[in-house]
Design a protein around this ligand. Structure first.
Ligand SMILES: *[C@@H]1O[C@H](CO)[C@@H](O)[C@H](O)[C@H]1NC(C)=O
Length: 395
C-alpha cells in the first residue's frame, strides 16, 4: 500500500505554499524512556496513579503506537509537559491527540488540558487553572461526551451542543480547532462531528451582549485627542486592541490568494483601572474605538474569547476507574493542514492494522476457548466412562 495522505491536503499545500506551520508541541513517544525527561508527574498527591509507556494489548505498530498508559484502577492521574509559551491571539489553534480505551472504559476521563505557562507542574491537581479542556469523558450509560471547556473571564464555559465520544476500545483521533474568526470545529477520526460559532455554542453571546450594551461611544470620539478622552468611561469600554498603524502591506502579498490585507491587531498598553489609557509616546499611536464597527465582521468580534496569552503546558489530569487508556500523538499547532497530515501519518497509518490485530486476537481467543471446551468435554466423557466402568466393576 502506498503513502496515506489526507484527502485534498496536498492540494492545499500546493496552492498556499506560503503557509508555514508553527508546531508548538508534538509528542509521539518514539525515543524509549526519554519521555520521562519531558513529562513531569505531579507529586501533589502521593496516591496519584502511574503512567507507563505502552502500545497496549493490540496495536497497529508496536513502536509508533507507544503512548502514555494509565496503569492503576480507581486512581487520579496528573502529569504534564511544557513547551515554549505562545499566544494564539489572531491565530488558529489546533489541539490534537489520540486516545485508546482498550480496557473498555467504564468510567473515566480521556481528555487533555491546556495550561498557562506559569503552572506549577509538580503541584498539578484538579484545581489547577487551565485554559482549555478537550476530549472524551465516559461514565456509565449517561456520560459519553466530548468536553470542550474554555476559560473566559475567570470562568469555565462548557460547550452547549452535546458531542458524543467513541466508546469502543480502538485508538481514536480527537482534533479541536479554534479559529480567530470565532469559529470552531471538533473532529473525531478526521470526521467533522461538530462545528459552528464559539459565541453561540458556548452561550457566551448573552455575556457579551451585556458588555456591549453597556458600551457607549462618546459622540465626538474621533475629534477627541488622546488626553481629552473622557475619564469616566469605564475601563471595559476600551478595547484592548488596536490596528498596528506602523504595519505595511508586505510587497509579496497576493490579495487573491491571501485575502484582503489588514494591519495586525496589537495590544494596547495597560490601562489604569477605570481611567483613560496611559500616555503613549508614539506619534503613530492610533486609538480605534472598535465598538463603533460592530458590523465589521473582520475584526470586531471579541478577541479575548478563546484567545490565551501564554499557553505553555499540556497535561493529563483525570480520574479512571478501570485503567489502561493510552494517550499518544499529541500536537499543538496553528496549522489545520499540518494537523490533518500529522493525524494521517500517525493514527491514519496504524488504525487498520490495529483493528486487524484485535480481530486476530479475538479469533484466537474464541479458538482457544473452544479448544478448552472440547478438552473439558473429552475429560468429562473420559471421567464418565471411568465412572461407568467403576460402577460396572462394582456391580
Ligand atoms: C497540592 O496543591 C494544593 C493546591 O495548589 C496545595 O494547597 C497543597 O499544599 C498541595 N499539596 C502538596 C502535598 O504539595
Amino acid at each position: 500500500m502506498g503513502r496515506v495522505v489526507a484527502p485534498g491536503s496536498l492540494w492545499a499545500l500546493w496552492l498556499v505554499p506560503v503557509a508555514l506551520a508553527t508546531v508548538y508541541f508534538q509528542e509521539e513517544f518514539l525515543d524509549g524512556e526519554s519521555w520521562r525527561n519531558r513529562w513531569i508527574p505531579s507529586t501533589n498527591d502521593s496516591n496519584f496513579g502511574h503512567f507507563r509507556l505502552s502500545s497496549g494489548k493490540f496495536y497497529g505498530d508496536i513502536q509508533k503506537d507507544k503512548g502514555l498508559q494509565t496503569t492503576e484502577n480507581a486512581k487520579f492521574y496528573a502529569i504534564s509537559s511544557r513547551f515554549k509559551p505562545f499566544s494564539n491571539k489572531g491565530k488558529t489553534l489546533v489541539i490534537q491527540y489520540t486516545v485508546k480505551h482498550e480496557q473498555k472504559m467504564d468510567c473515566g476521563g480521556g481528555y487533555v488540558k491546556i495550561f498557562p505557562s506559569d503552572l506549577d507542574q509538580k503541584n498539578l491537581n484538579g484545581k489547577s487553572q487551565y485554559y482549555i479542556m478537550f476530549g472524551p469523558d465516559i461514565c456509565g450509560f449517561d456520560i459519553k461526551k466530548v468536553h470542550v471547556i474554555l476559560f473566559y473571564k475567570s470562568q469555565y464555559h462548557s460547550n452547549k451542543k452535546p458531542i458524543r465520544c467513541k466508546v469502543d476500545g480502538f485508538t481514536h483521533l480527537y482534533t479541536l480547532t479554534l479559529r480567530p474568526d470565532l469559529t470552531y470545529e471538533v473532529q473525531i477520526d478526521t470526521d467533522i462531528i461538530e462545528s459552528g460559532n464559539i459565541e453561540e455554542d458556548w452561550n457566551l453571546e448573552e455575556l457579551r451582549k451585556m458588555e456591549k450594551s453597556a458600551l457607549k461611544m462618546p459622540k465626538n470620539w474621533d475629534k477627541l485627542s488622546q488626553n481629552d478622552k473622557p475619564s469616566d468611561v469605564p475601563s471595559q469600554d476600551w478595547d484592548k486592541h488596536f490596528l498596528d498603524a506602523s504595519a505595511n502591506k508586505p510587497s509579496d502579498w497576493n490579495s487573491e490568494l491571501d485575502g484582503e490585507w489588514q494591519p495586525s491587531l496589537i495590544q494596547k498598553p495597560k490601562y489604569k483601572d477605570g481611567l483613560k489609557s496611559e500616555n503613549v509616546d508614539n506619534s503613530d499611536y492610533k486609538d480605534v474605538w472598535l465598538h463603533q464597527k460592530i458590523e465589521n465582521p473582520g475584526y470586531l468580534q471579541d478577541f479575548e474569547l478563546s484567545e490565551y496569552e501564554n499557553i505553555g503546558v499540556i497535561g493529563l489530569e483525570l480520574w479512571q476507574v478501570r485503567s489502561g487508556t493510552i494517550f499518544d500523538n499529541f500536537l499543538i499547532t496553528d496549522d489545520e493542514n499540518y494537523a490533518a497530515e500529522f493525524g494521517m501519518k500517525t493514527w491514519g497509518r496504524t488504525k487498520d492494522p490495529e483493528k486487524e490485530m484485535d480481530m486476530i486476537q479475538a479469533k484466537e481467543e474464541i479458538k482457544k476457548a473452544r479448544e478448552e471446551e472440547e478438552q473439558l468435554i473429552k475429560e468429562n466423557i473420559k471421567e464418565k466412562y471411568f465412572q461407568t466402568q467403576h460402577v460396572k466393576d462394582e456391580l
